[in-house]
Design a protein around this ligand. Structure first.
Ligand code: ADE
Length: 418
C-alpha cells in the first residue's frame, strides 16, 4: 500500500528540479548532509514532521534521511504545500501526506497518518503535531525522546503548555536561535510576503499606503521591504517598545482604527486574533487589499468580511474580491492564510538554510540527550548558533577579524576604565 497521499505523483520531475535548485542555495545544510551521511547520528530514529512542504523542506527531509532516520511528513498549513515537491518526495519513497488546498479534516488526517509509525522525534511548525500527540494520542509521548519547533507562534503555545505542566516531552525552540529569527523571520518573511502580494495582485507598491500590523521581526521585515519598494509604510502596534522602534525607523505609527481609512494594502504579522475586524473593513477605501503573514488565519476576521460582503468573487488565484454592502471592494489574499507561502514560495532557500541547519542539529541533540532532559522548552546553544553563523558567513565570501590575546584580556578586565 502507498505510504503517501499527494495531489499528483506525475509532478515529481518538476518538484525534483526545484529541490535541486534549493540544494544549490543551502550550503550549510548540505555540508551537514555530507557529514551526517557518514556518521548517521539519527540512526534508528523515526521523525514525524509537520512543516510546510516546500523545496527547502525537501532538502531538510532528505538530509534527515541521509543522517539515518525514517521520516513521515505532513504540511503545517492547508494552503502551503508545493504539490510538485510533495510528489518528488513521495517518488523517492518518503512517507508524505500533503497537498495544496486541504480542508481542516484532511489536514488532521494527514497529521494522524504521520503518527502511525510511532515517532521517536517530532518536528513542528506551529505546534499542531505535538498538540495532536498530547490531546489525541498521549500514549505515543512515552516513545518520543523530544521535539523541535520552528516558529514564534508554536514556541508560545509550547511555553504555555510547559508552564501549565502539560508538556509530555522536551522541545527545542529552534525559532529562538539567533541564526533563525534574526534572518528567516526578518528577511525571509519580508521578501516572501511582498512576493506573495505581488503574485496575487501585480499591484505597484510605490506610493501606496502600506499598513503593517505588528512590528515584531516578521512585521519589521515586511515594513523594511515595502519601504524599499517605495511604499509609505504605516505600522500599528500594541506594545510601546515595538511601536517606538518603528517610529525611530521612520515609520508612521497609528491605531488600526485610523490606518483602516487610509491604507491601500494591509498585512497582519502579529500572532494575535482579530487584528482587522468589521469596523475596520467598514472604513476601508474602495480597492483596499488585505492579507496576513502570521502563522494562523485568525488575524483578519474573515467571517466579518464575508458577512459584510454582498458578493465574493475569486478574480485571480489567491485573490478574492469582496464587494461590500457599502459598494466598496476589499480584496482578500490567500483566504487570510500565510500570503508568503500560499501565494508565493515561502522564504528563500538562502535563509531557510540556517533555520533548517538548526532544525537538523536540534533533532540530533534530542536524539542524544532527550531522554535525560526535563519536560521543558529548551533553547539552542550559543555554540550551535555560532557554528551555523560561521559556516554561513564562509559561504558568502565575507571574512572576520579575530580578537587578539590582549583584546580578550581587556574584555574581561573590569578594572580597565578611563
Ligand atoms: N516557512 C517560511 N518559508 C518557508 C519555506 N520556504 N520552507 C519551509 N517553511 C517555511
Amino acid at each position: 500500500m502507498a505510504n503517501f497521499k499527494v495531489k499528483d505523483i506525475t509532478l515529481a520531475d518538476s518538484g525534483r528540479r526545484k529541490i535541486q535548485w534549493a540544494e544549490s542555495r543551502m550550503p550549510v545544510l548540505m555540508a551537514f548532509r555530507q557529514k551526517f551521511s557518514k556518521t548517521k547520528p539519527l540512526s534508528g530514529m523515526k521523525v514525524a514532521g509537520c512543516l510546510h512542504v516546500t523545496k527547502e523542506t525537501a532538502v531538510l527531509i532528505e538530509t534527515i534521511v541521509a543522517a539515518g532516520a525514517q521520516v513521515s511528513w505532513s504540511g503545517c498549513n492547508p494552503l502551503s504545500t508545493q504539490d510538485d515537491v510533495a510528489a518528488a518526495l513521495a517518488d523517492t519513497g518518503i512517507s508524505i501526506y500533503a497537498w495544496h488546498g486541504q480542508s481542516v479534516e484532511e489536514f488532521y488526517w494527514c497529521i494522524d497518518k504521520t503518527l502511525e509509525f510511532k515517532p521517536t522525534l517530532t518536528l513542528d511548525d506551529g505546534a499542531d503535531l505535538i498538540f495532536r500527540v498530547h490531546s489525541e494520542q498521549p500514549k505515543l509521548a512515552k516513545g518520543i525522546l523530544g521535539g523541535t519547533e520552528e516558529t514564534t507562534t508554536g514556541v508560545h503555545r509550547l511555553r504555555a503548555m510547559a508552564d501549565a505542566g502539560k508538556l509530555l516531552y522536551p522541545v527545542m525552540a529552534v525559532n529562538d536561535a539567533e541564526t533563525k529569527w534574526d534572518f528567516d523571520n526578518v528577511y525571509g518573511t519580508g521578501q516572501s510576503s511582498i512576493d506573495g502580494i505581488i503574485r496575487a495582485t501585480s499591484v505597484l507598491l510605490a506610493g501606496k499606503n502600506f499598513v503593517v500590523a505588528g512590528y515584531g521581526h516578521c512585521g519589521k521585515g515586511c515594513a523594511l521591504r515595502a519601504r524599499g519598494m517605495g511604499a509609505n509604510v504605516i505600522v500599528t502596534e500594541v506594545d510601546p517598545i515595538a511601536a517606538l522602534k518603528a517610529t525611530l525607523e521612520g515609520f508612521q505609527v497609528m491605531t488600526m482604527d485610523k490606518a483602516a481609512a487610509i491604507g491601500d494594502i494591509f498585512i497582519t504579522a502579529t500572532g494575535v486574533k482579530d487584528v482587522i475586524v468589521k469596523r475596520h473593513f467598514g472604513k476601508m477605501k474602495d480597492g483596499a487589499i488585505v492579507c496576513n503573514t502570521g502563522h494562523y488565519d485568525c488575524e483578519i476576521n474573515i467571517k466579518d468580511l464575508y458577512k459584510l460582503s454582498k458578493k465574493v468573487t475569486e478574480i485571480r488565484p489567491n485573490n478574492e474580491e469582496c464587494r461590500l454592502k457599502n459598494g466598496h471592494r476589499v480584496y482578500l489574499l490567500a483566504k487570510g492564510r500565510l500570503v508568503n507561502l500560499a501565494a508565493a514560495e515561502g522564504h528563500p532557500s538562502e535563509v531557510m538554510d540556517m533555520s533548517f541547519a538548526n532544525q537538523l542539529l536540534a533533532l540530533v541533540f534530542m536524539a542524544k540527550q532527550g531522554k535525560k532532559l526535563d519536560k521543558k522548552v529548551f533553547v539552542v546553544s550559543k555554540e550551535q548558533d555560532q557554528e551555523i553563523a560561521g559556516m554561513k558567513l564562509k559561504t558568502t565570501g565575507a571574512a572576520i577579524d579575530k580578537l587578539t590575546a590582549e583584546q580578550l584580556a581587556y574584555i574581561n578586565d573590569y578594572s580597565a576604565g578611563t
